[in-house]
Design a protein around this ligand. Structure first.
Ligand code: ASP
Length: 451
């Protein structure tokens, strides 16, 4: 197949053209034209992906859990998955804190720029603080209560309730394992067929991905540049060092931590992994939403990486809702950056509080654009930094959101590949075979997850 016919190249072309168009549109003042005639195609693309997310999670998790054949296998895979998710998030937080403490980007913001930013974003800060306030006023067990819906249809009717859908699907999957096989079979057959149908629909949606990505990029660039290109350049000059710190942390995590883990547990050629997951990374970059990217992540993991359906349909929907390494890393850098810029020192205890709250906050962050900055307010308040400080970073948040979402999605795919390999469920991807994890590693993981 010629290279330009490969999906990830088509998406890259869409992305670059969208970027160029966005810059030309911003320079020539075509933002009206862009929002009237270009942006809607991006919205349609995201809507299509979101449309498929709830049925996909439901069908794939029910069949995923039910096909695990017994509850001990479910608890082994579940325990292992959650342990690796938490471990990678802790590593991300450590990298974030190291980078920000070494680079000290907060010390480079000129005081007059700091005051101007705080004034400019006063209104936005109020909205974000209010959202965070609502989240904080809930009792300590509220996040668990929130996971359990009282009505299935209202849970499924709101894309922000993915965790509730995950809960219902796992519950029904467990139920299916416990009823007589002759009763379970037709239900399972239905969801199996439904799964195949959804995968086909995802493939159809991906046909328009290059156009969708073009439109999303064009719209993002023109709306970032609404205040004029000069303003962006000024902002980048003041906050460039902070952006570099976040990006450096994210790239270290993506290019050092994940590849090392893959080498250790999977021995998959890294090229196979990164080219296989590229379409999902590109969609994550242009949508800034790991929830919307989930259908593409699953398709890439199964088709290109060889992850079994049983593993991918359990590990990935869970990851898209609770595993956000990029978000956690960004939150750690941003919190310390704001403290530095406001001249507030954070001692070791405060930094450990950041690790703990960011770990929980990243689990509670929804996979939608900009969710990470709302949770940042809670982290700031936990260490006594005024939440109004987020005004400093709001202007460049969208750019960082794009890259942290790529990290979130790459993390989910890495963990799915590791779990599949250690369960002997990593088949042959599109190009080249992938050896499973060495037996010794498999046994160590099985012990660690208590089975
Ligand atoms: N946009 C991110 C995601 O969907 C969440 C965040 O704002 O950090 O993964």
């Amino acid at each position: 197949m010629p290279w330009y016919k490969k999906l990830h190249w088509q998406i890259i072309i869409g992305l670059v053209l969208g970027l160029l168009f966005g810059i030309v549109a911003a320079v020539n003042g075509w933002s009206g034209f862009t929002s009237d005639w270009i942006a809607p195609w991006g919205t349609i693309f995201i809507n299509l992906l979101k449309l498929i997310a709830v049925p996909l999670i439901l069908a794939s998790l029910i069949t995923g859990v039910a096909s695990l054949s017994d509850l001990s296998k479910l608890s082994r895979i579940g325990g292992k998955t959650i342990a690796i998710y938490l471990g990678t998030t802790l590593l991300a937080l450590t990298i974030g804190l190291t980078v920000v403490n070494v680079m000290q980007p907060g010390k480079t913001v000129p005081p007059d720029m700091r005051d101007r930013l705080q004034q400019a974003y006063e209104g936005d800060v109020a909205a974000r603080t209010q959202a965070a306030q609502a989240a904080r006023e809930r009792g300590p067990l509220q996040p668990i209560v929130d996971m359990v819906p009282d009505n299935f249809f209202s849970a499924a009717a709101d894309n922000g309730n993915m965790l509730q859908v995950v809960f219902v699907a796992i519950l029904f999957g467990i139920g299916l394992l416990m009823i007589p096989p002759e009763k379970a079979r037709p239900v399972q057959a239905f969801f199996d067929g439904f799964n195949v149908l959804i995968i086909r629909v995802v493939e159809l949606i991906m046909l328009v991905a290059p156009v969708g990505v073009f439109a999303l990029m064009a719209d993002t660039i023109t709306s970032i540049a609404r205040g004029g290109l000069g303003e962006i350049l000024e902002l980048l000059a003041a906050l460039g060092y902070y952006c570099i710190a976040v990006l450096l942390g994210l790239f270290i995590h993506m290019l050092v931590v994940y590849p090392s883990l893959l080498k250790l547990f999977v021995r998959m050629p890294l090229r196979t992994f990164f080219t296989g997951i590229a379409p999902a990374q590109l969609v994550a970059f242009s949508t800034s939403s790991s929830g919307a990217t989930l259908p593409v992540t699953m398709e890439c993991a199964e088709k290109n990486l060889g992850v079994s359906e049983e593993v991918s349909s359990f590990v990935l929907p869970l990851g898209a809702t609770i595993n956000m390494d990029g978000t956690a890393l960004y939150q750690a850098v941003a919190a310390v950056f704001i403290a530095q810029a406001l001249g507030l020192g954070l001692d070791l205890a405060a930094q450990l509080t950041i690790v703990f709250t960011a770990l929980l906050a990243s689990i509670g962050t929804a996979g939608v654009p900009g969710a990470g900055i709302v949770m940042l307010v809670i982290i700031l308040e936990s260490v006594g930094v005024p939440s109004a400080g987020i005004a400093l970073i709001l202007g460049v948040d969208r750019i960082l959101d794009m890259v942290r979402t790529v990290t979130n999605v790459t993390g989910d795919a890495t963990v799915a590949t590791i779990v599949a390999a250690t369960e002997n469920q990593l088949g042959r991807p599109a190009e080249g075979g992938v050896p499973a994890a060495p037996a010794v590693v498999r046994d160590a993981l099985a012990d660690a997850s208590g089975s």
